[in-house]
Design a protein around this ligand. Structure first.
Ligand code: ZN
Length: 303
C-alpha cells in the first residue's frame, strides 16, 4: 500500500500527515507556518517535520502538497499569494524532491479539496461536482467529467471572485462586490463592524453565536450572508448545473443558521435549469479535507 506524505500549507498553520490509499490519515501534526520568517525558513521547518512523520510511518512513496494560490500546479511555483507574503517565485517541489527522492505533486488548495471531496466525500461517484469553501475568503474547485477542470494553461477558476454586485465593497482583486467580498466570513465581520461599530471586530463564529442567542443585529448579518451566499450559488447552479455542490470552510460550521435561506434563494432564482437536479450539501470530510486533498493531488497526478 502506498503511503503519501501530505502537506496542507495555510497562511497560519501547516498540517502534515501520512495518508494511505484508503484515505486513512496517520501521524498527523501541525506547525505554525510563520510566513513572514521567509519561504526558505518555512520550507526547512516543514521538511524537518515531514522527515519525522515519514520516519514514524516507515517510509513514504510520494509527497502531495496543497497551498493557497495563485500557483503553477505543474511547476510547483508560487505566485503572489495574499496570505503568504514574500513567497512569490518559491518552488514547492524542488527541495522536497531533492531531500526525499520521491515524486512531488502540488495543487491549489481548493482544487485539492475538490479532488478529495470527490474521491471520498459528498461528491463521490459524480461526474459533475463543485466544492466550495467559505471561510476567510471563498474558493472552489470544479470536477467535470469526473476530472478536475483546469482552464487555459492550467489556470484555476476563481469562483470566489465572480462579481455579484458592482456597487459592493472593493475587493483586493480590484473588483467591487465579488462573492468573496460579500459572503466570506471576513465580509460578515466587516459588515457587522460597519453597521454596529461599538461592538468592535467580531469573527463570523462570534456573530453566529450571537445570532443563535436571538440577537437581532447578528441575525441581520446571518440573513445577509444567506442572501449573498445564495446569489453566488445560483450563478454556479445556472452556469454548471452540477450533480452536487459541497460546501466547506469555517462559515459552514454555522450552516444551520445560513444554508436553508441560501437554498431558498437558489430555488427562487434558478428557473432556467433543472435546479432540483443539483444537490447542495455540506462537505462530509471537512476536518480532513486538507490532508486528503494533498494525497489526492498526488494520486490524481501520478496514479
Ligand atoms: Zn474579489
Amino acid at each position: 500500500m502506498s503511503l503519501i506524505g501530505a502537506i496542507d500549507i495555510g497562511g497560519t498553520k501547516t498540517a502534515i500527515g501520512v495518508v494511505d490509499e484508503n484515505g486513512t490519515v496517520n501521524h498527523e501534526c501541525e506547525l505554525s507556518t510563520d510566513p513572514t520568517r521567509g519561504f526558505i525558513d518555512s520550507m526547512q521547518r516543514i521538511r524537518r517535520k515531514l522527515h519525522e512523520v515519514a520516519d514514524e510511518a516507515g517510509s513514504i512513496d510520494g509527497i502531495g502538497i496543497c497551498c493557497p494560490g495563485p500557483l503553477d500546479p505543474f511547476a510547483g511555483i508560487l505566485g503572489e499569494v495574499g496570505t503568504l507574503p514574500g513567497w512569490q517565485g518559491g518552488s514547492l517541489v524542488k527541495g522536497f524532491e531533492e531531500e526525499f527522492r520521491v515524486r512531488v505533486a502540488v495543487e491549489n488548495d481548493a482544487d485539492a479539496a475538490a479532488l478529495a471531496e470527490h474521491k471520498w466525500g459528498s461528491g463521490k461517484g459524480t461526474e459533475s461536482f463543485i466544492y466550495i469553501t467559505i471561510s476567510t475568503g471563498i474558493g472552489g474547485g470544479v470536477i467535470l467529467g469526473g476530472r478536475l477542470y483546469r482552464g487555459s494553461h492550467g489556470a484555476h477558476p476563481e469562483l470566489g471572485h465572480q462579481i455579484i454586485s458592482d456597487s459592493g465593497p472593493l475587493c483586493y482583486c480590484g473588483a467591487r462586490g465579488c462573492w468573496e467580498s460579500l459572503a466570506s466570513g471576513t465580509a460578515m465581520s466587516e459588515w457587522m463592524r460597519e453597521t454596529e461599530s461599538e461592538l468592535g471586530v467580531l469573527t463570523a463564529a462570534e456573530i453566529c453565536g450571537r445570532a443563535r442567542n436571538g440577537e437581532e443585529r447578528a441575525l441581520r448579518v446571518t440573513a445577509r450572508e444567506s442572501y449573498f451566499l445564495g446569489l453566488g450559488l445560483s450563478n454556479i447552479v445556472t452556469l454548471f448545473t452540477p450533480e452536487v455542490i459541497a460546501l466547506g470552510g469555517g462559515v459552514m460550521k454555522s450552516s444551520d443558521l445560513i444554508l436553508g435561506d441560501a437554498l431558498a434563494v437558489v430555488n427562487r432564482l434558478c428557473t432556467q435549469v433543472p435546479v432540483e437536479g443539483t444537490r447542495i450539501t455540506l462537505s462530509s470530510i471537512s476536518s480532513k479535507v486538507g490532508l486528503l486533498g494533498a494525497h489526492e493531488a498526488w494520486a490524481s497526478r501520478f496514479l
